[in-house]
Design a protein around this ligand. Structure first.
Ligand code: FAD
Length: 476
């Protein structure tokens, strides 16, 4: 998209200012325009789509698709089909991913134009409670505002300036395939990028300072992933910290600390994925009277309203989980409140997905959280080793489990690990939102043979009606 110079007057006025054009911001802007408001959308990048579309969800999933295709092709050897060693033309892979991103960005620009949203490309800073200045000299006067400025990668202060040290954005740029790659951080982003680089041929080491990968996720869901990557990666270093990285001609010399820490190692590249920090402190929020906490988050109420009544905030900048679908949902709530609708953010659950191989997905209560907070629950699960469909895919290592309120029998949480778990979890999110009980899920006829059946089978296991396995203790 072109910078809106030329036609843009030096001051513009609108019912609604949206600051930040990511999935939160563009959703809020589009919804508000559809509800009849005049909208100015300010974005400092040259394109809409934010982190998610430009340097997050979409490019990572594009590369993960290629990685999965590579792995699937390799595994066909067990079924008597061999392709030989793949030829990876990195430039073409990059071009394909970039073209996909550009196409989606172009789509958003067109959608903004169709809605007559004024898009200003530049960095915005509040100059008062109803005014914002945009780099390049435009000032915006607004009646209400939505702050949707997202987040950025956390940097480790002790790392040297060295182009071989990458954050997630550099990692997705895919400038080369290092022989030895160290990924610092065993969370979702680190593991997704490890999946990509591992499939493309890098010898990957993941270092994680807590005791397990995907911290916060239930261990039984992570186990199949840990088992699969144990055989594929050079090393997974748990309860280990990186203490120093030194630039050398032959690579990056990395020192570790921890009971299982190895001796210093040389890597060709280091990818840092240790979390993201909100951008709340970078927008002159104090000029508008909006409070920003010491970490850069902006606190909001159930209508996404900040401490200033006509200014709202959404997405990564208001808190965890930092996920695109949460940002978009909050964007709709904020836009509707701005337009005068009496709505609140009453989402019961927000699904989370690690698009690793296998995928790990969960929604609602986790066992980890239940144990930590003392919430009572009953549990039932279905191992994918008994799913015909999982076995046709050659992937019987998965698991679907449900957590149920022992008193009301409502579904509280669902976790899945296995191929396509990220798509399958949507049914569980709907079930929890609808207040479904395992009986509702069990009595819903699921197509056979599909992985979706595993959710119904876990529900049947809870009900005691499961016939796919022999259950010694039955309820119904
Ligand atoms: P952002 O997408 O961060 O957008 C904020 C926008 O505001 C940015 O474009 C920024 O340039 C702009 N901005 C900031 N300050 C200013 C300013 N002063 N003036 C003008 N513009 C400004 N989430 C998922 O749900 N699924 C995934 O699969 C997934 N994968 C990810 C993979 C990676 C590698 C990364 C890094 C993130 C991933 N995420 C994923 C997280 C997801 O990208 C974010 O949660 C989401 O983008 C947040 O949306 P947002 O609208 O709050 O902010």
């Amino acid at each position: 998209m072109k910078r809106d110079s030329g036609q843009t007057p030096s001051s513009v006025e609108a019912d609604l200012l949206v600051l930040g054009g990511g999935p939160g911001g563009y959703t809020a802007a589009f919804r508000a325009a559809d509800l009849g408001l005049s909208v100015v959308l300010v974005e400092q990048r040259n394109t809409l789509g934010g982190v998610c579309l430009n340097v997050g969800c979409i490019p990572s999933k594009a590369l993960l698709h290629s990685a999965k295709a590579l792995e699937d092709a390799r595994e066909l050897v067990h079924q008597g089909i061999e392709f030989g060693e793949p030829k990876i033309r990195l430039e073409k892979l990059r071009d394909w991913k970039d073209a996909l991103v550009a196409k989606l960005c172009g789509g958003l620009a067109a959608l903004a134009q169709q809605r007559k949203i004024q898009v200003l490309m530049g960095e915005g800073r509040f100059t008062g409670p109803n005014t914002l200045s945009v780099s390049g000299g435009v000032s915006v006067k607004f009646r209400q505002a939505v702050i949707a400025v997202g987040s950025q990668p956390v940097r480790l202060p002790f790392l040297p300036e060295d182009p071989r040290i990458m954050d997630s954005t550099d990692g997705l740029a895919l400038s080369d395939i290092p022989k030895r790659l160290l990924v610092i951080g065993g969370g979702i982003i680190g593991l997704e990028l490890a999946t990509v680089y591992g499939a493309l041929g890098a010898a990957v080491t993941v270092v994680e300072m807590t005791e397990g990968l995907l911290p916060g996720c239930d261990r039984d869901l992570v186990k199949p992933l840990e088992k699969r990557i144990a055989g594929r990666y050079e090393a997974v270093l748990l309860e280990t910290r990186v203490t120093a990285v030194v630039s050398q001609n032959d690579g990056l010399l990395v020192s570790f600390e921890g009971s299982k820490a190895p001796a210093p190692q040389v890597y060709d590249r280091v990818l840092v994925a240790v979390g993201r920090q909100p951008n709340g402190a970078t927008i002159g929020a104090e000029q508008a009277g909006v409070k920003v906490d010491e970490r850069g988050f902006i606190r909001v109420d159930a209508q996404q309203r900040t401490n200033v009544a006509h200014i709202f905030a959404i997405g990564d900048v208001v808190g965890d989980p930092m996920l695109a679908h949460k940002a978009a949902y909050e964007g709709k709530v904020a836009a509707e409140v701005v337009a005068g609708k009496n709505v609140v953010n009453d989402a019961k659950v927000i699904p989370a997905v690690a698009y690793t191989d296998p995928e790990v997905a969960w929604v609602g209560l986790t066992e980890t959280a239940a144990k930590r907070t003392g919430i009572a629950y009953q549990k039932a699960s279905f191992p994918w080793a008994a799913s015909g469909r999982a076995l046709t895919l050659g992937r019987g290592e998965g698991l679907t489990k449900i957590l149920v309120d022992p008193v009301t029998h409502a579904l509280l949480g669902v976790g899945m690990v296995g191929p396509h778990a990220g798509d399958l979890i949507a049914e569980a999110a709907l079930a929890i939102e609808m207040g479904a009980e395992p009986g509702d899920v069990a009595l819903t006829i699921h197509p056979h043979p599909t992985l979706s059946e595993t959710f119904a089978f876990a529900a049947e296991a809870y009900e005691g009606t499961l016939t796919e396995l022999y259950m010694s203790s039955k309820r119904g």
